[in-house]
Design a protein around this ligand. Structure first.
Ligand code: NAP
Length: 327
């Protein structure tokens, strides 16, 4: 193959070796993770000539894009695109690809795990055993609350929200309410999942699970007013993006309101700062952003992201170009 078609590619988060090999077979690849101090300089140097970038979990803002004059395509190894300056990408005509679909079921599993763990106090009770405190039969001070049959409110009813709804409605007999800007017709959930305005959902749901993308509209969506509308003893789960929740308001609802528990996979600042009260709060089950973190799914995401990038650099239409939904 002639070398003229080889392009400069910047990999800004580790890729599995088989996917890196696919890229290296066709292009000149620099691997540099800007989050690692020893690789940051190489990352910024490579931006000057990069035509394609692939990675995730790093803010690609307007200032950074200004240092990448050759850039034609970014392939994100994520479905969420809140790390990218969308208006600046549009203005420059830079294509953005992402990984929808391949992580849907795994992320729904994570969210349902948080629902189960929060309601049945699984982490707290597993610690009870591990720490040698199971010395007699537990009493009602350690009982949990049923999940089956409870009303689940889902904020964000896209691919993942619907996958959570299937688990809840078809597996656990849970009536589902959902909030999104437009009602969605999901035949297998007919009569089992109902579109509702935000306030009505918050008032009626026993468990509220957020699976929202982060946007100007959803930033801080769950605040003091919204937590105040939730049923006494309700549980809040966040598997979307941390900044859709005002964390001070969540803490206040846990400490002084009637919120029973929270299960959180995502936080406004990640990794969660050591001094965040959410880290050790007795009513909080906190996970380190593991929604899609299984061997199978992380590999499938890398395959899709690599294919997207290779297709874009070849002048073809990639499988998964991010298209902003009309608001
Ligand atoms: P999706 O299919 O695009 O679904 C997004 C949903 O949010 C849609 O139902 C959309 O409906 C709704 N929505 C958007 N803006 C809204 C608003 N202002 N008010 C109410 N609803 C709104 O995306 P997905 O694949 O399900 O992923 C959802 C998000 O989950 C991602 O963007 C990502 O941030 C997060 N995520 C987290 C993890 C993790 O590791 N925890 C893993 C994967 C994804 P309308 O457009 O009709 O409003």
């Amino acid at each position: 193959m002639g070398t003229s078609t080889r392009k400069k590619v910047l990999v800004f988060r580790e890729l599995p070796p088989d996917q890196l090999a696919r890229l290296e077979a066709q292009h000149d690849v620099t691997v540099a993770n800007p989050r690692l101090p020893e690789q940051a300089a190489a990352f910024h140097a490579a931006l000057a000539s990069a035509e394609g970038m692939i990675g995730s979990s790093y803010p690609v803002n307007e200032a950074l894009l200004a240092t990448a004059p050759q850039l034609k395509v970014i392939s994100s190894v994520s479905v969420g695109v809140d790390n990218y300056a969308l208006p600046a990408l549009a203005a420059r005509g830079i294509m953005l690809c992402h990984t929808p679909g391949v992580l849907t079921e795994t992320t729904a599993d994570t969210i349902f795990s948080l629902i189960m763990a929060s309601s049945r106090r699984l982490v707290e009770l597993a610690s009870h055993v591990r720490e040698g405190r199971w010395t007699r039969n537990i009493g009602e001070e350690l009982f949990g609350w049923d999940v089956h049959g409870k009303t689940l409110g889902i904020l964000g009813f896209g691919r993942i929200g619907q996958a959570v709804a299937r688990r809840a409605a078809l597996g656990f007999g849970m009536p589902v309410l959902y909030h999104s800007r437009r009602p969605v017709d999901v035949p297998e959930l007919a009569g089992k999942a109902t579109h509702a305005p935000l306030d009505e959902l918050l008032r009626r749901a026993d468990i509220v699970a957020a699976v929202l993308p982060l946007s100007n509209e959803t930033r801080g969506l769950m605040g003091a007013r919204e937590f105040g509308l939730m049923k006494p003893g309700a549980i809040f789960i966040n598997g979307g993006r941390g900044a859709t929740v005002q964390e001070d308001a969540l803490l206040h609802a846990l400490n002084h309101g009637t919120l029973r528990a929270a299960g959180l996979d995502v936080f406004a600042t990640e990794p969660l700062p050591m001094d965040s009260p959410l880290r050790t709060h007795p009513k909080v089950t906190a996970l380190p952003h593991i929604g899609s973190a299984t061997f199978e799914t992380r590999h499938a995401m890398a395959v899709l992201a690599t294919s997207n990038l290779l297709q874009a650099l070849a002048g073809e239409r990639p499988v998964a170009v991010f298209e902003a939904a009309g608001s």
